[in-house]
Design a protein around this ligand. Structure first.
Ligand code: AMP
Length: 277
């Protein structure tokens, strides 16, 4: 595995691989890698000849009072995980943006709702970083987790709207044995909070079960979910159309239930399909 810090060096390496006819896969991350990240590497492996993983805690996507400086970091553990997954290049730029960087990429139709209400700059920060990473890494395929469902929708829209020649592959949410969606931020939870955090996935599973039994009304399903959530602050619990991210009041076949909530100071998100034919 080749560790690379300089963006120009990655581009040079990728250009040579592309010229030799090799297919490049890319998994962008903020590090502190867990099974969720690793599942994306494994998802791309059969499709590509070379696998690039980036680790960059992107300052553009953190608000002033958020956890940019305290975001968990473990460069050695991350390198070990990438080696174990057969990653070819581990790209860990100390800086992604050139001096004077002033451009922003945003997808307004998808970033006025859900997480954007609480974190208004978040998806512009994500799209700007991912756009620049795609220009540097020039992948044929890039994988993103459904865990960050709104992010995946924003990236797909950006790639389509800007005619970027990369295929986006979405990977299912990877969970702990008790159902908690894996997240680097789970490291912030105390053991008592960790117990309460599992109420997010429990609420979604209960809503799925009620939908399967025939409940199709959003109001009733959300009331059930809220009765199970054991959180300090609920940001949103919504049933949405997966393409527009807009709420639906009656279940549709493709509907998705999405939740964001604080347990202590830790903001957790999760989502599941809930639609029934
Ligand atoms: P992050 O390091 O949190 O920015 O995440 C990097 C990538 O890993 C994103 O595409 C996330 O959606 C994905 N990811 C994070 N957690 C999970 C999970 N539990 N299951 C699947 N994908 C995940």
């Amino acid at each position: 595995m080749l560790p690379i810090v300089q963006p120009a060096e990655v581009t040079e390496w990728v250009e040579a691989e592309r010229a030799a006819g090799r297919r490049i896969g890319f998994v962008p991350t903020m590090g502190y890698l867990h099974e969720g990240h690793r599942s994306l590497m494994r998802l791309l492996r059969p499709k590509v000849d070379r696998l690039v993983v980036s680790i960059y805690v992107n300052p553009l996507q953190f608000g002033a009072n958020e956890d940019f400086t305290s975001y968990p970091r473990d460069p050695e553990g991350d390198a070990q995980a990438c080696r174990a997954e057969g990653v070819d290049v581990l790209f860990s730029p100390t800086e992604l943006y050139p001096p004077g960087f002033a451009t922003r990429i945003s997808v307004p139709a998808l970033d006025q709702t859900l997480c954007s209400v609480r974190r208004p700059h978040f998806f512009t920060g994500v799209a700007t970083a991912v756009h620049r990473l795609f220009r540097i890494v020039r992948p044929h395929f890039a994988a993103f987790g459904e865990k960050d469902f709104q992010q995946l929708a924003v990236i797909r829209r950006m790639v389509s709207d800007l005619a970027m020649s990369v295929e986006i592959v979405g990977g299912p949410v990877v969970r702990e044995a008790d159902g908690l969606a894996m997240s680097s931020r789970n490291a912030y939870l105390s053991s008592a909070q960790r117990v309460r955090a599992v109420s997010l996935s429990r609420a979604l599973v209960a809503m799925q079960g009620a939908a399967l039994k025939g409940e199709a009304q959003g109001v009733a399903l959300r009331a059930l979910g809220r009765s199970i959530l054991d959180v300090d602050e609920l940001d949103y619990l919504s049933i949405i159309d997966p393409s527009t991210l807009q709420p639906v009041e009656r279940l549709t076949a493709r509907a998705r239930v999405v939740v964001a909530a604080y347990v202590g100071k830790t903001r957790l998100i999760d989502n599941m399909p809930i639609g029934v034919d």
